[in-house]
Write a protein that binds this ligand. Structure first.
Ligand SMILES: [Zn+2]
Length: 503
């Protein structure tokens, strides 16, 4: 017993060290400080940890443990190792796919364009037909990568089924993430029904205004153009972004200057990914918030999303056990806090007080940000339904292509290309993590508004309350937060209500 528990502590130290290295490797590549990302290399250095034998030892220790607290700790360790082991098997394939996409180009109107630039070009392109040509060219690259994506899935599902007895990917994730997917799906189906009318009316109007066409007639790639909102760019200047962040924190009684553990990297580097991102290689001691500001509403929202993660991880209680600080059950908890800060862009009060918008403009921006989000929630509700059906029969390609296009198109009324049926899917039912966070965030925001007012972000007491939640790190589940503030888990009333109010 003493040797076995010694072994478990060695395993946890290994998780801590390897996680630090993986996160750092990813951050250096993402921020343009390193040319190529080599996660597979890091995982190979930890082959003693991420191998079938170690996973089985952790599994046995987990099943043998009687104390509920220790059992939960071992449960997380077991699943973390198992994921790491499967990742080690798929990492070379996935690294190749990343390299392939990074080097891929498309030919449009006689011009050679990097594949990764296509979405940005589509969002800013006024010519409808050229947006179509850009999309068509990008889809050819997607199709080229699909055999590799299927191979990754084959390896992943094969390892889980043949080596660990998880025949169903859905059952596996339900156990790992402690979630009833059937319940969540039925709640989200209800959400889709209840928001259908307001969505069709308001989105129909927005699409008509921006493209001159009807909702239901155009491809999903046009949404980026519809929701781009360049008329508000002057208010969301790139050189004011970090200032708005500082003001927001000060309003909540959090002093950004004293948060020495949260490193902001806003430097311009040629190969830095412009999309904001948060890394927490060892929370709360070391957290990074990355941004290459380009300006605009979307840039602000993406940055505040990541800032929400950074505040959560950076304010964790350092006295917590490592597993409770860093080995989460799912992403559903931390996404509550990223959504909370991201959704400040839906608050006219915040847009006027912190960003400095005129009142009328603030109302317009908040409205459009809300409508764009309704699109997203409906899209993710459809993604969850599609993914659950997909994993019933993952290698039935014809069926799944059709299922993807039909399910996503029905919920959003934009036409989805069947070619994206693998590309548009994150592993581990991340869609469900997001949906759980959307539900609970709507409750948390409602609670903050009821307790501190519409301008809760300007109340240090609200900041103190949030710090209290953040201090518990990854210990609790998303639904525990709902219960803590007096709401019923998976109740979509507030989520529905905030969108109905748009009408
Ligand atoms: Zn996030």
């Amino acid at each position: 017993m003493a040797t076995e528990s010694r072994h478990i502590e060695d395993i946890i130290s290994g998780i801590r060290e390897s996680t630090y290295e993986i996160q750092t490797e990813s951050r250096l590549a993402y921020s343009g400080l390193k040319r190529e990302q080599d996660i597979a290399g890091v995982l190979e250095r930890y082959a003693w940890l991420y191998n079938a034998e170690t996973v089985r030892r952790a599994e046995e220790a987990y099943h043998a443990e009687g104390d509920p607290g220790d059992k939960e700790r071992l449960r997380r360790v077991y699943h973390y190792l198992l994921e790491g082991y499967v990742d080690r098997r798929t990492a070379p394939l996935e690294d190749d796919l990343v390299t392939f996409e990074a080097g891929a180009t498309v030919e449009v109107d006689g011009e050679t364009i990097p594949y990764h630039n296509v979405p940005v070009l589509i969002a800013g392109e006024h010519d409808f037909e050229r947006r179509e040509r850009l999309q068509e060219a990008a889809l050819a690259v997607v199709v080229e990568g699909n055999p590799s994506r299927l191979e990754v899935l084959r390896v992943r599902l094969g390892a889980l089924a043949n080596e660990f007895g998880y025949e169903s990917y859905t059952t596996y994730n339900a156990e790992r993430k402690r979630i009833d997917y059937g319940l969540l799906r039925s709640r989200m189906d209800g959400f889709l029904v209840r928001t259908e009318e307001v969505y069709a009316a308001l989105m129909g109007r927005w699409v008509k205004e921006t493209t001159g066409r009807g909702l239901g007639e155009i491809g999903s790639h046009h949404f980026a153009y519809v929701s781009r909102l360049p008329q508000y760019d002057e208010y969301f200047r790139k050189d004011r972004l970090v200032v708005a962040y500082g003001r927001t924190l000060l309003g909540l009684g959090l002093d950004p200057a004293s948060q020495k553990n949260i490193h902001i990297d806003a430097e311009e580097r040629p190969t830095k990914n412009p999309r904001a991102r948060c890394y927490a290689p060892d929370p709360p001691g070391e957290v990074h918030l990355l941004i290459k500001p380009v300006g605009g509403l979307e840039d602000y929202m993406a940055f505040f999303h990541e800032a929400g993660h950074a505040q959560h991880f950076g304010n964790e209680d350092p006295a917590l056990d490592y597993v409770e600080r860093a080995v989460s059950t799912s992403y559903a908890l931390t996404e509550i806090y990223s959504f909370l800060l991201q959704h400040l862009a839906r608050s006219p009060a915040w847009l006027t007080a912190v960003v400095g918008l005129p009142e009328e403009t603030a109302r317009e921006v908040a409205y459009h940000a809300g409508l764009a989000e309704l699109f997203l929630v409906r899209r993710y509700a459809a993604k969850l339904g599609y993914e659950l059906d997909f994993f019933e029969d993952p290698f039935e390609e014809e069926r799944n292509r059709g299922l993807y296009a039909a399910t996503l198109s029905r919920a959003t009324r934009f036409l989805y290309a069947p070619q994206n049926y693998l590309n548009d899917m994150d592993p581990g039912y991340y869609s469900a993590d997001y949906l759980r966070a959307w539900i609970t965030e709507s409750m948390l925001r409602h609670h903050l508004e009821q307790t501190y007012g519409e301008d809760w972000f300007a109340h240090p007491e609200a900041g103190g309350f949030l710090r209290g939640l953040w201090a518990s790190g990854e210990r609790d589940e998303n639904e525990d937060v709902a219960r803590t503030i007096g709401y019923e888990p998976f109740d979509t009333t507030h989520l529905v209500g905030q969108f109905i109010d748009l009408g």
